[in-house]
Design a protein around this ligand. Structure first.
Ligand SMILES: NC(=O)c1ccc[n+]([C@@H]2O[C@H](COP(=O)([O-])OP(=O)(O)OC[C@H]3O[C@@H](n4cnc5c(N)ncnc54)[C@H](OP(=O)(O)O)[C@@H]3O)[C@@H](O)[C@H]2O)c1
Length: 283
């Protein structure tokens, strides 16, 4: 495992484990235990995933010191305001059963996220959060945020995989020293990623699978990856990417798979903003 140093000096593992769409507590707790056992040291949850309690329970019972595990959670749109963020952070902290969070992210660039950011800056100053960041911010939203806040985000978590490479957005993140983190690094299984001939052929050169080639490609362009699986063998497979290196020809061949609009969610579409705003996580 390699680590990146964020723009505030905090070290973050280059690979972590995501738990989106694992709402059942027992399944989530078992998957996080399996991931920690396999060697993952970054767990990515969110208030909107309804599984912070299960993540906290797994982290507490795994026997690994809390400070060796990097836990991310996220603020949902419904709580995106100054007061909302202060309350939602306490709720997440309580559900996880921790006294601090490693990385707290604004989940979507929607509603009063500036108010939320001010609250997060205060929580960060109080050392309740080790790093603060955002998700799904386009280059233009990110530049605007950076122009108007005290603390520059440490991370921008966006959809990044071979079919959605976002090369230009990554260069803007680099300009602000914001670490890119890939959600959906396996394209959530779309575009036939697991049997894609280009990825399979490249993986086979190194005795690896298409999934491992796709994850390794993001790592080698400096992107943190957080693949999700509830299957132990896949959890292990996805972490087994630290003993090989793609060459420049492989990197270029994977770069050519970019579809430009290969995203699951079009964040520029009004319909996306409407359904995300309608997604309520509490009364
Ligand atoms: N910030 C955001 O807006 C946002 C949005 C989406 C996701 N995320 C985060 O990013 C994490 C990862 O993204 P994701 O869960 O959406 O998608 P993903 O990791 O790209 O793909 C997960 C899917 O691939 C399957 N899979 C995983 N490894 C596999 C393998 N080696 N071979 C075959 N199938 C495999 C999983 O099935 P099984 O589980 O059945 O194995 C699951 O259906 C999330 O869990 C979440 O933490 C953040």
């Amino acid at each position: 495992m390699e680590f990146v140093t964020l723009n505030n000096g905090v070290k973050m593992p280059m690979e972590g484990f995501g738990v989106f769409q694992v709402p059942e507590a027992a399944v989530c707790e078992q998957a996080v235990c399996d991931a920690l056992d396999a060697g993952y040291r970054l767990i990515d949850t969110a208030a909107a995933y309804f599984n912070e309690e299960a993540v906290g329970a797994a982290v507490r019972k795994c026997g690994i010191p809390r400070e060796e595990i990097f836990v991310t959670t996220k603020l949902w749109i419904q709580d995106a305001s100054y007061e909302g963020a202060k309350n939602a952070f306490q709720t997440s902290l309580h559900k996880l059963g921790f006294d601090y969070i490693d990385l707290y992210l604004i989940h979507q660039p929607m509603s009063d996220y500036y108010g939320a950011w001010r609250a997060m800056e205060e929580l960060y100053a109080e050392r309740k959060i080790r790093a603060i960041g955002v998700c799904n911010f386009s280059a233009e939203r990110l530049a605007d945020l950076c122009a108007n806040v005290k603390v520059i985000p440490a991370v921008n978590q966006v959809e990044l995989h071979p079919f959605s490479a976002k090369t230009e957005a990554l260069s803007v993140m680099r300009e602000y020293k914001i670490q890119p983190e890939a959600w959906g690094p396996l394209a959530e299984g779309k575009h036939g990623i697991f049997t894609h001939p280009v990825l399979e052929k490249i993986g086979a050169k190194y005795g690896k699978t298409a999934a491992q080639a796709a994850l390794r490609w993001n790592i080698q362009r400096g992107v943190v990856v957080i693949p999700k699986s509830v299957h132990k063998e896949r959890i292990e497979e996805n972490l087994n990417i630290w003993d090989f290196k793609l060459d420049e020809t492989d990197m270029e061949a994977i770069r050519k798979l970019d579809l430009g609009n290969g995203e699951k969610d079009d964040h520029a579409a009004a319909e996306t903003a409407k359904w995300l705003n309608n997604w309520k996580i509490h009364d």
